[in-house]
Every structure is written in structure tokens, then in C-alpha cells.
Design a protein around this ligand. Structure first.
Ligand SMILES: [Zn+2]
Ligand SMILES: [Zn+2]
Length: 236
């Protein structure tokens, strides 16, 4: 089973290639691109994908916007015409329910969660859920291989993780979560090594210092790096 090996190389490749910004944000950007290629070239017409799309109430708004940016009208039509019918059914259903619910709520002072048929949130969206899975997997593998010389060297020359991904890394490192999927047997998520914590403390201090001194100068764009590091993601 070569999975951990592949995972190690995915981490090493990302930290080696992307030294100018958060390597996980860059890896997600590439993974999103492959996701859209795979959806548009092979999955969009399949019943399995369409059912999944309806079951999750479509994509969240930012990912719907990414899909629209790919200018594939046929794919959008194939997905969104059934979604329109689905949402219209739910508008009617919710109205019927809400009459019954108002009567029911008078007796029970609770609010039931009626979510289906609404616009998808990031908790529902297929792509958000995949990104969540990829990110967790990446950060766990980064922690598992943090003592590897090549990973450490590449990370040390780069700008480190963005704040949201660093926060997630620290939460995972402190969770003591047991990883049951490793071929060598279960393993706990290791704690973050002091060098990794120190590296991020240094990078964030440097960034704050650079942004503050650049703010008094002219024409510098450190503030762009600051907001990108704070928020994560691409396109800043
Ligand atoms: Zn990031
Ligand atoms: Zn999404």
C-alpha cells in the first residue's frame, strides 16, 4: 500500500514548489482545478454525481462562481435545471410544513432544522467538504513528516502556512487523534515540533514588522501578503 508514500510526496512537493505563500493554499488551488476538470469532463453527466449534487443542495456560492467562471453552459444547465426543480419543490414543501409547524410549535417551543432545498453552505458543498478532507490529510501528513530533512528545509526557506491553516495544524497536533487508516497500524497525530512553532512565530513577527515599516514608506505591497496570510486562499 503506497498511500503514505504518495502523501509524503504530496506534502514535500507542495512545500518545495510553493515557498512564496502558504503551500496548502497553493495545493488546494491545484486540487480545485483538477476537481473542476474531472467534474466537467467526466462526472457531470453521471447519475451518481447529479444525485450527490442535489443531495448537498448544489455548490456554495463561491464554488458556484468558480464553476460559472469555467464558461461551460452545458454543464451548468445539466446541474442547475434539476436543482431549480428541487429548490422549487422545497419552497412549496417548506410552506406547507411551516403551516403545520406553526401549529406544532405552539405546543412545542422548539425550532426544527429544515435545511434541505436552501442554498448550500460550506458545510454542505461537495467541493468544500473535499477541501476540508484534503486539508486535514495534508496537515496530518505534514506533522507526520515534520522531522524529515527535506520537508523541514523546504518549509524553512518558505513563508510557512497562512494563519487559518496554521491554526488548524495546531488544533490537529493538540488533538491526540488516532489515525486508523495507516497501513502500518494506528498512530496518533504527533504534536507540532518546537522548530515548526518557532518558524511560524518568526514568520508572523516578520510579516507584522515588514507591514508596519512599509506602511510608512511608499509603493510597497506587504499589506497584500499580510491579508493573504491572515485569510488564506488565493487571488488576493
Ligand atoms: Zn493556507
Ligand atoms: Zn464550496
Amino acid at each position: 500500500m503506497a498511500l503514505p508514500h504518495i502523501d509524503y510526496h504530496a506534502v514535500l512537493d507542495a512545500v518545495t514548489t510553493h515557498t512564496e505563500a502558504c503551500p496548502l493554499c497553493a495545493a488546494i488551488d491545484e486540487a480545485e482545478s483538477s476537481f473542476w476538470d474531472s467534474v466537467l469532463f467526466s462526472q457531470v453527466g453521471t447519475e451518481g454525481f447529479q444525485d450527490q449534487f442535489l443531495a448537498t443542495d448544489g455548490f456554495c456560492r463561491p464554488h458556484a462562481r468558480d464553476l460559472a467562471a469555467r464558461n461551460d453552459g452545458t454543464a451548468v444547465t445539466m446541474l442547475y435545471v434539476p436543482l431549480l426543480a428541487h429548490r422549487r419543490r422545497w419552497i412549496e414543501e417548506e410552506t406547507r410544513r411551516s403551516r403545520r409547524l406553526r401549529r406544532w410549535l405552539r405546543r412545542r417551543r422548539e425550532h426544527p432544522a429544515v435545511r434541505t432545498g436552501a442554498s448550500a453552505s460550506s458545510h454542505d458543498c461537495l467541493l468544500c467538504r473535499r477541501i476540508d478532507h484534503w486539508s486535514t490529510r495534508f496537515l496530518i501528513n505534514l506533522l507526520r513528516h515534520q522531522h524529515d530533512g527535506a520537508v523541514r528545509e523546504a518549509l524553512t526557506t518558505g513563508s510557512g502556512l497562512c494563519v487559518p491553516h496554521y491554526r488548524r495544524l495546531r488544533a490537529l497536533a493538540g488533538s491526540g487523534r488516532v489515525l486508523g487508516w495507516l497501513p502500518g497500524g494506528p498512530e496518533r497525530v504527533p504534536p507540532a515540533a518546537p522548530w515548526l512553532v518557532d518558524l511560524h512565530a518568526e514568520r508572523f513577527d516578520e510579516l507584522a514588522r515588514d507591514a508596519q515599516s512599509a506602511a510608512h514608506g511608499s509603493g510597497d505591497t506587504v499589506w497584500k501578503r499580510l491579508i493573504r496570510t491572515m485569510e488564506g486562499g488565493r487571488g488576493w
